[in-house]
Design a protein. Structure first.
Length: 154
């Protein structure tokens, strides 16, 4: 029975991270911490590292703390850390590998979900400054992008 609770905690943590990512992106990355994020919105040569990449470390800290707290007895914080870590991995694959092609894989992924996510992210990046942003999430896009993708695939 514990494994069901653990799986539920992982799933809730994973799904909740999309909300955390949206809030952090809108209010921290486009707010107080814009200096770390702005290079991500500027046209630039191909670099392997951006200041924006520090957010991977910043967002890993809660998972590290939860792993530390829950590791001895595999208590709830441990499973929360698993959910956060899985979200971080998904974020990396979608954002860095699929959308921005920082490593040239996943280029041919052409499912409706991927096209909608890519479209929403392009809309987000059309704004080079911190103001007037939209589409701050990563693994879920507003429904209008899924509808657009579906309309253009028919």
């Amino acid at each position: 029975m514990n494994w069901i609770i653990h799986i539920l905690v992982i799933l809730v943590s994973f799904v909740s991270m999309e909300g955390v990512a949206w809030l952090a992106h809108k209010y921290l990355m486009h707010g107080l911490l814009w200096n770390l994020h702005k290079d991500h919105h500027q046209p630039q040569e191909k670099h392997t590292f951006e200041k924006n990449d520090y957010f991977f470390v910043i967002f890993a800290l809660p998972a590290i703390v939860c792993f530390y707290i829950g590791f001895n007895d595999f208590s709830i914080p441990f499973w929360v850390a698993i959910g956060i870590t899985l979200y971080g991995m998904a974020y990396f694959f979608i954002h860095d590998l699929f959308i921005h092609q920082r490593v040239k894989i996943l280029r041919k992924a052409n499912f409706s979900y991927f096209r909608a996510i890519r479209k929403a992210h392009k809309v987000h990046h059309k704004h080079l400054g911190r103001e007037h942003g939209e589409c701050f999430g990563m693994l879920w896009a507003p429904l209008k992008y899924f509808k657009e993708v579906k309309k253009h695939s028919n």
